[in-house]
Every structure is written in structure tokens, then in C-alpha cells.
Design a protein around this ligand. Structure first.
Ligand code: ADP
Ligand code: MG
Length: 343
């Protein structure tokens, strides 16, 4: 489409350069997806099996906000895909394809883009997904990446935030708080707790920040067992508050039951106040879900079968009484902030 901004510093790259870039870099990522039509048409078609529906999630990443402008391009690409896969898993969906919108500052060159595409290719293999389409523009602003991921579930089987009921148990996958610590280390904040970590811990925590591990394998298990589910992206406590509000319930959480990695535990042993920050920090990309008491054992067994560790961290309360946090001795822990907010 003709666009007056084409002749200005922002806007689209010149038509042929744009098509060249799409064909050289992005079309190979779409070659196995028939509906992508080789990225030579106006739009893609996405087939859905009979009796299934699409689950669609979009997340945007902005340089300087969601990643460091000098982060390796392949990790940026994989993070952009993975944060969306995390949403799909939380809904119980099986990922199928994704769309990529990218706004490129002029200084981003071919080498950066090649590494970016290599990262996409790696995760396409790992998660059995294909690129189906997208849009490519130039910008005078920061590098911005928008991925829209699609998955499918049997009709009406997507697990919502609303659905938790009094008595349900609250579960979280993996470990919580690693990315917040990894971010502090990547930002070179030199926190006092860093002294308690060995080099393996430090690289583990930084990896957890740079490369989320979407719990794709847990998706079907969540779908078959959970009453409500969401992914933890802005902080466990604040995200649980959202799930509770959607469900019209409250919750009580035992902080000592929140799963921590060895590295996060070492940091907490060094700085006792850190645990509150771990449960209110973001970027965990774990699954938070609720399960009725009669399904807990089945749920735990099924999660173990797909190789994802899940921890029971508390219970849902009938009334909309907000969240309460307790320490090991049963004393209430006051939380000053529940989550990270981008706005
Ligand atoms: P339009 O002018 O209609 O926006 P484009 O020239 O932008 O069309 O896109 C042509 C084709 O290339 C479409 O199939 C589109 O989905 C695909 N495409 C453009 N940019 C990307 C991208 N960053 N990633 C994947 N596909 C892309
Ligand atoms: Mg376009």
C-alpha cells in the first residue's frame, strides 16, 4: 500500500529491498507452512482441525525495555517467540504457527538479522512451529518486535483465568524469581547477594532472564486438570491477584512453598528480604494454575510424566478476600508491591 511515510526517514524500507529481505531471511522460516504461501501473498491461511479452535497471543518486545539493545540477536528472537508460547501453554493450547512484526532501526544490519533468524529457526525446531507471516518496517525509534503465536485446543477447552474455586490448590511450575535476579546481574547492579553465588549460579540466573522456558509440554496437562491458569510474566503475587480477581476468589500462599532454584535460594539465604522481591518480580514465564483437591494427585503425576516440576504453594479461598502470604511459622507476611507494571 502506498504510504506517504515511505519517502520519510521512518516508514517502510523501499519496496524491493523490503521484499528482498522478506524472501532472503524470513521465507525460509515459512517454507514448511503451506498456509504461508511462501510469504508471497497478502495474508496467510491458518487451518484448524474440526472441533478445535485457535488460541492466539501477542507480545511486544521493545529494545531498552524488554531486552538490552546489545543482547545477542538470537536470544532476543527466541525470547520474543517464547513469551508467547508461554501464554499458549497456560491456556492448554498446542502451538502451531506465529506471525512476526519487526520495526528495524537503520543501524540494525544484515548480520544482526541473520543471527535473529538463526534464533527463530532454532526455536521453530524445538517447539514444532513455523513462521506464517508478518510485517517489516523501518523505524527511527527503538528496535521493536511483535510476535503473534497461534495454537489450537478442542473447542471450549482453553483454560481461563476465571474458574478457580474455593478449596482448589494453587500450583506453579518450575522455579520463581530467577529472571529478576538474572536481570539484576545482567544490568550489572552488583547486588550484595551476588557474592553468595558461584559462576554456575550466575550464568544460570542470567540464562533464565535471557531465555524463558515456556512450559509447552505442560499445556495438555493444564488443559485436562486445571480449573484456572495463567502464565507468570509480571510477578507471581500480582499475577495470582489477577487470576483471583477474574475468578472472584481469594488465596493464601505459603512463601516457604514457593519453588526456588539452588541459585535463588543461595541469594535468599544471603539477603532475607529478597524472597518478597522474587515473588513480585517478573519474567518467570512459569505456569500458575489451580486444581481441585480431587485431581491434585493426577495432576502432579501427569506433570511428572511430561517432565515439568510443579509445586503446590497454597489454596484458593471462597470469598474475594484478596491474597494472604504466610511464612513457615504461619505469620502473615506483608507485601509492599505485588508485581512489575510496564505502565
Ligand atoms: P503488505 O504490503 O500487504 O503488508 P508485505 O509486503 O508486507 O505485504 O508482506 C508480504 C508477505 O511477506 C506477507 O505474506 C507477509 O506476511 C510477509 N512478511 C512481511 N514481513 C514479514 C516478517 N517480518 N515475517 C514474516 N513474514 C513477513
Ligand atoms: Mg506489510
Amino acid at each position: 500500500m502506498a504510504n506517504p511515510r515511505d519517502r520519510q526517514p521512518g516508514g517502510k524500507p523501499s519496496h524491493s529491498a523490503e521484499q528482498q529481505l522478506i524472501q532472503d531471511l524470513f521465507a525460509p522460516l515459512a517454507k514448511d507452512y503451506a498456509g504461508a504461501l511462501g510469504l508471497r501473498d497478502d495474508a496467510a491461511t491458518v487451518a484448524v482441525e474440526g472441533g478445535h479452535e485457535l488460541v492466539v497471543s501477542k507480545d511486544m518486545l521493545v529494545a531498552g525495555v524488554h531486552f538490552f539493545a546489545d543482547d545477542p540477536a538470537d536470544l532476543v528472537a527466541r525470547k520474543a517467540v517464547r513469551v508467547n508460547l508461554s501464554d499458549l501453554a497456560a491456556k492448554g493450547a498446542r502451538p502451531t504457527c506465529y506471525f512476526l512484526g519487526i520495526a528495524l532501526p537503520r543501524r540494525v544490519g544484515h548480520d544482526w538479522l541473520e543471527l535473529f533468524v538463526a534464533g527463530l529457526l532454532q526455536d521453530q525446531g524445538q517447539y514444532s512451529i513455523d513462521l506464517a507471516g508478518g510485517d517489516t518496517v523501518r523505524t527511527d525509534g527503538p528496535l521493536t518486535i511483535s510476535v503473534t503465536a497461534m495454537g489450537d485446543v478442542p473447542v471450549d477447552k482453553a483454560v481461563r483465568r476465571a474458574g478457580a474455586q474455593g478449596g482448589d490448590r494453587v500450583y506453579v511450575s518450575g522455579t520463581i524469581g530467577d529472571a529478576v535476579l538474572g536481570l539484576a546481574l545482567a544490568a550489572n547492579e552488583k547486588p550484595s547477594w551476588a557474592e553468595s553465588l558461584d559462576t554456575d549460579d550466575v550464568s544460570f540466573l542470567k540464562d533464565r532472564y535471557h531465555l524463558p522456558q515456556p512450559r509447552t509440554e505442560l499445556g495438555p496437562v493444564v488443559r485436562d486438570h486445571a480449573t484456572a491458569s495463567m502464565d507468570v510474566s509480571d510477578g507471581l503475587a500480582g499475577d495470582l491477584a489477577l487470576l483471583c480477581a477474574a475468578s472472584g476468589v481469594g488465596a493464601e500462599i505459603v512463601l516457604a512453598n514457593v519453588p526456588l532454584s539452588r541459585a535463588a535460594r543461595a541469594a535468599c539465604d544471603c539477603d532475607r528480604s529478597l524472597l518478597r522481591r522474587l515473588v513480585s518480580g517478573g519474567d518467570d514465564y512459569e505456569i500458575l494454575c489451580t486444581v481441585s483437591p480431587d485431581k491434585c494427585i493426577q495432576f502432579e503425576d501427569a506433570a511428572a510424566t511430561v517432565g515439568v516440576h510443579v509445586s503446590r504453594i497454597g489454596s484458593i479461598l471462597d470469598e474475594q478476600s484478596g491474597l494472604s502470604f504466610f511464612d513457615e511459622s504461619g505469620s502473615v507476611v506483608e507485601m509492599t508491591s505485588l508485581s512489575y507494571s510496564h505502565l
